[in-house]
Ligand binder design. Structure first.
Ligand SMILES: [Zn+2]
Length: 289
């Protein structure tokens, strides 16, 4: 565990207040970045945390797939990632990710800030409340946390305002369907997702958002459409190469939006959203990091 872990009310200065889960393209050019290794009861997170400052706000960056992008979506230790961020003081998380568009109008370069997700993953540890003891001996209670509105309303407003400020008109709301991966969808799956009215498809949005909620963290998803999913286009289907190319060509402006969104977020102690009290009235059975 990080030695500078503290609670909302702690007197020691936190290592970070805001977390960004995304690749090195988001922090590599910051002047003063400190690499911090953090361990958790669930094992190590995807990589070190990289702590830096944006406009006076302390931000922890965590490469979701590890530096060098070696972790496929289903192998990411999501529990360790969120736990590690919280343990250094993070209470609000921005989670940019690449997605496929399920409607022709959501083409490459679309920025969509979802307000719902659908879980179609299969094999991931998706809760801290799994009845298994922690290495500390603490036993998590049976706790049911509501994901009815899975994303932080305050964080969503910050992301939308930041995008508009950069003249990148975002799609406000929509449903992110999260598939297991690492394969893309068949045309039949993709058409089904679209027919259900869902907006974009990705591989990492769950359980990331839900685990954040279980730790009373604010979580905001920013999805960047890198391709039209198989059912929404007439060509050969999605290629990994195409995804990387579109992501690379948008990473600079996505970083600008993320940094502006950081500045729009409230101080941690001034959070007034549902996320902060996600466990109100429930005893998790263990101390949050
Ligand atoms: Zn919130």
């Amino acid at each position: 565990m990080a030695t500078n872990a503290n609670a909302d009310t702690g007197h020691r200065s936190p290592g970070a207040e805001i977390g960004v889960i995304g690749g090195s393209g988001f922090y590599s050019f910051l002047d003063d970045v400190t690499e911090v290794r953090v361990d958790t009861p669930y094992g190590p997170p995807s990589d070190s945390l990289f702590l830096g400052e944006i406009g006076g706000r302390k931000v922890a960056f965590l490469p979701r797939h590890g530096r060098g992008h070696h972790l496929p979506p289903h192998r990411i230790n999501y529990r360790a990632n969120l736990w590690a961020l919280r343990s250094v003081g993070v209470r609000q998380v921005l989670g940019p990710c690449a997605v496929g568009g399920l409607r022709p109008e959501y083409g490459p370069g679309t920025l969509l800030v979802p307000d719902q997700f659908v879980d179609r993953t299969k094999s991931r540890a998706q809760t801290y409340f799994d009845g298994l003891p922690l290495p500390s001996g603490e036993l998590p209670n049976v706790v049911h946390v509501s994901p009815a509105d899975p994303y932080c309303p305050r964080g969503r407003r910050a992301a939308l305002a930041a995008a508009r400020g950069r003249l990148w008109e975002p799609v406000d709301g929509g449903t992110l369907v999260v598939v297991e991966g690492p394969r893309f969808s068949t045309r039949a799956e993709s058409r089904w997702h679209a027919a259900m009215g869902w907006s974009v498809v990705g591989m990492t949005g769950h359980p990331e958002a839900m685990l954040a909620r279980e730790l009373e963290l604010c979580y905001t998803s920013l999805t960047l459409v890198t391709d039209l999913d198989a059912g929404a286009e007439a060509g050969e289907g999605v290629s990994h190469e195409e995804v990387l190319k579109v992501f690379a060509s948008n990473v600079d402006r996505l970083r600008d939006v993320l940094f502006d969104a950081v500045g729009e977020l409230p101080a941690n102690e001034e959070r007034d959203c549902l996320c902060r009290n996600a466990l109100a009235g429930m005893d998790p059975g263990f101390a949050l990091p």
